[in-house]
Structure formats: C-alpha cells, structure tokens
Design a protein around this ligand. Structure first.
Ligand code: DLL
Length: 448
C-alpha cells in the first residue's frame, strides 16, 4: 500500500518516567568517589603502560614523568599525547601491552590512506566492553527483553559486534542484520517487532526512505528507540528521523582506538552524552596549543583509558570537537556529559576564510522546502582558495531546480556564512548510505 494512503498516526514513544540503570551504583556514584576511583585506575594504567609498552615508556621518560609522579587527576596534563599516527607507526601489534597470544579479538578501522589502525582486546576487555555497551543501551532507553535490530556493520568495524555483545549482556534479543539489504531490513523490523534500531543515522534515514517507498509505516509499529552514532549528525537530522520513524533518536559515541561504541551515551534528557568516567578520563584541549581547556569550552576531546588491558591509551587525541559539562543531570547519573560532537578536526573545511563543519551545513539543509535530506559537499581548489559545491537532492521531480538552488545558497550564506554553489539533483540521484555516510568529496590536489 502507498504510504500516503495509510492513516497518519503519531505513536506515543514510551520513554520510562524513571530512569533505569544497568549498573546503578557506579552510574550514580557521587563525584568525589568517582574521581578517587579514576585516580586509582589512572595510576595503575600508567604503571602498566610504562612497564609493557615501549612507546609509552619512552614518551614518559622524554617528558621526565614517572607514573608515580601522577598524584592527582590534574597531573595528567604533564603526560605526553598519543596520536593516531603512533598506532599506524607501530602497525600492527606494537602498542599492545599484553602478548598477542593472550588476546581474544582484533578490530581495525579502515584508513583512507595507508595502513588501517589495529586494536586488540583481552578476554576481560571484551567483558568490560559488553557491560559498557549494555549500560549505554540502557541509558538510551533499551531494556532487557527488547528485540534489538542491529544494523551496524559486522566485521572489523567495532559497531556491529560492539552493539551485539552489549545487547546480549543487557538481556535483549539481538537481531544481527549488519548493514545493507535495506528492503529485507524493513521486513524484519516489522516481522520481529524490534523496539530498538541500532544504525548510523544516515543508514537509519535510508531505512526510513525504503520503508516509505514500500508503503510500510514504521511509525505505527513496535519501534520506539534509535541508537545512532559512528558519524557526526545534526539536531535537524534527529528531528527528521524521530518524525519519519516514530522514535526517540538517541546519540551514542565511541571510537575503535579507545574501545568502540559505548564510550558515551545520551540519556532521556537528550542534552549531551554521559561519558563513562569509571573507565575513561576525558579532557578537552586546544588543538593548536595542546593546552587543557576549562569545562564548557569547545575543543579537541582527549581520552585516557582507565581499565583497558590489551591496548591502554594515554591522552589519545581523538580529533573530535566537543565540550564537556559536569553539571548534574536530571537522570541521576553523575558522569559528565560530552555535548554533541560537531565533527572531526580533519573534516573542518576552510572556505574563503570561513571555518565550517559538514554537520553545520546539514543542519541548514534538512527541513528546507523542496529538498530531501541527502547531500554531499564537494571541495575544489580555485586559484589559491577552496571553493565549496553543495550537491543536494530535490524532494520531487520539478522544473524549479534553479529557484531551489538560489534559496539553498541564500540560507547557507545567511546561517553558516559561507558562499557555496548549490547543485540540485533529481530524486534518487544522490548516493544512499549503507553505514558511515561519505559527506565530503575532496577534489583538492594532494599536498606533496
Ligand atoms: O564509529 C564506533 C561506533 C560505532 C560509535 C557505533 C558509535 C556507534 P570508528 O570507526 O573508529 O568507531 O570511528 C570513530 O567516528 O572518532 C568520531 O569522529 C565518529 N563518531 C563516532 N560516534 C559519533 C557520534 C566507531 N555520536 C569516529 N557523533 C569518532 C559524531 C561520531 N561522531
């Protein structure tokens, strides 16, 4: 049946009035106790890294700091940073703190250039990850007994298996669909009555579109919660997904180098992501100077692991831009919150002197009349400057593309401040995401 012919029915999403915690005691630990636990674990991690990872030992020696010199959490600022290039330079296993034979799992994130980044897990690391993902899912509203449809990709990417183990640990019924085969996903979502959908936000949009095309109204079904992450996304895309799928769209954050998904998660307040401080230490630094920035200031997120065995990370520079908030949250969790991650430092474009993240463009595009939420940014070099073209798809076949282009260009200029050429494509012409969406096509000549 055509989706347009079905009755419009706004489902009331059941979000429990009272929060439910997977690990109540530690999630609500008073901050002084939480910080004492962090310091104890930090010192143990530093000792372990010093004794077992040559790179960390050398770096600490060069900086003239010994693990026992770290007597307060603030002392961490004396320690050197770890970079993604360190992992690449020690490819594949050179930064592991445990013998390879004792590890039970490897994952890798695909590098666009050169070698991938390889990460390893001990048996205990996998247990910790499963618990943290269960905690993450519970924080977003998932409950034991739910059917959890897992459309994160299975394989070397941490999304699929991370969510899988978390869902099982929570006591849910996991459907391990992985990405792709979207028509089948729509059928399974209906047939199995999934309450929770795990996917990248861009792939969830693809699912919503295919469902509508097939005449399936997911808004009236069992689906109530989307656990979305693995790529930057905007509040505008959140509203789009919430209304098209009839769900609460929740943001989760993580990265392979630190563990995978399950590092931070939104609660029902949808006002920042609780970073699990009993396992990670979060800092914000100025990406230029490396200096620590106060809470509330936007900068680069730096994470130190506090319990990882196979791959302890000391002051890992994530390149992700966010802000920290330590005020108490209404949900009762005492762990700090990371504000929505705007994007990666490397993804920031400088268009005629104006800094812009793809997610800022997305926030303007979604909801503009006449266009669908499918877009790509093309960056080219014109003389000595970078020029931006926004390719976006028309909501319907019409002959008013020129008019839409003018409108979009005007809104981008007035709200983001950049001048962009806008090209409107016919419906269905822009690529659809199967996992992490490709938002930028960089056609600038490569340096060197
Ligand atoms: O994307 C882990 C993950 C899987 C997170 C599933 C959430 C859900 P990587 O492939 O190593 O790991 O990519 C990590 O993705 O440094 C961010 O730049 C970006 N990222 C992840 N979550 C978010 C988010 C997984 N919620 C990189 N918002 C990170 C914005 C995100 N960016």
């Amino acid at each position: 049946m055509n989706a347009m012919l079905q009755p419009r029915f706004e489902k009331k999403v059941h979000h429990p009035a009272r929060p439910w915690y997977f690990e109540r005691e530690v999630e609500t630990l008073p901050r002084p106790k939480l910080e004492r636990l962090q310091l104890k674990r930090l010192r143990a991690t530093l000792k372990d890294a010093f004794e077992n990872v040559e790179l960390h030992r050398k770096r600490m020696q060069q900086a003239g700091v010994r693990p026992r010199d770290v007597r307060s959490l603030a002392d961490i600022a004396q320690l050197p940073f770890t970079l993604k290039t360190d992992l690449r330079d020690h490819y594949p296993f050179g930064m592991f703190a445990r013998p390879r034979k004792t590890l039970v799992r490897l994952h890798a994130s695909s590098g666009t250039t050169g070698k991938p980044t390889v990460v390893g897990y001990s048996h205990k690391d996998i247990q910790t990850w499963a618990s943290l993902m269960a905690r993450t899912m519970a924080c977003t509203g998932a409950r034991p007994g739910d059917v959890i449809h897992n459309a994160y990709g299975y394989g070397l990417f941490t999304g699929g298996l991370g969510a899988h183990y978390g869902a099982e640990r929570l006591g849910a019924t996991v459907v391990p669909v992985s990405g792709g085969g979207t028509e089948r996903q729509v059928a399974l979502l209906q047939d199995f009555g999934a309450r929770v959908l795990c996917a990248t936000p861009s792939y969830a949009l693809n699912i919503a579109e295919v469902a509508e095309r097939e005449g399936v109204d997911l808004r009236t079904g069992a689906l109530e919660i989307g656990i979305f992450g693995a790529e930057p996304w905007s509040e505008a895309l959140r509203s789009e997904l919430e209304s098209r799928l009839g769900i609460k769209a929740m943001d989760i954050y993580g990265l392979s180098e630190i563990m995978g998904p399950g590092v931070a998660a939104e609660c029902e307040a949808q006002d920042g992501l609780h970073g699990w401080e009993d396992h990670f230490l979060f800092e914000i630094i100025d990406p230029e100077t490396g200096k620590t920035l106060p809470d509330g200031t936007a900068g680069e997120l730096v994470i130190t692991t506090l319990t990882k065995q196979a791959l302890p990370m000391i002051r890992y520079r994530t390149r992700d831009i966010t802000r920290l908030a330590r005020e108490r949250c209404g949900c009762g969790r005492t762990h700090l919150r990371l504000k929505r991650i705007t994007g990666r430092n490397d993804d920031m474009l400088i268009i005629r002197g104006v800094n812009v993240y793809p997610s800022q463009i997305e926030a303007v595009l979604i909801g503009l009349p006449g266009i669908a939420p499918h877009y790509q940014l093309v960056v080219e070099r014109q003389g000595s400057l970078d020029a931006l073209t926004i390719e976006v798809e028309a909501a319907s076949a019409s002959d008013k593309f020129g008019e839409i282009e003018k409108q979009v260009s005007h809104h981008i200029k007035s709200r983001v401040g950049v001048t962009a050429t806008v090209v409107v494509k016919k419906p269905g012409e822009m690529p659809r995401s199967q996992g992490k969406a490709v938002r930028v096509r960089d056609l600038r000549p490569k340096a060197g």
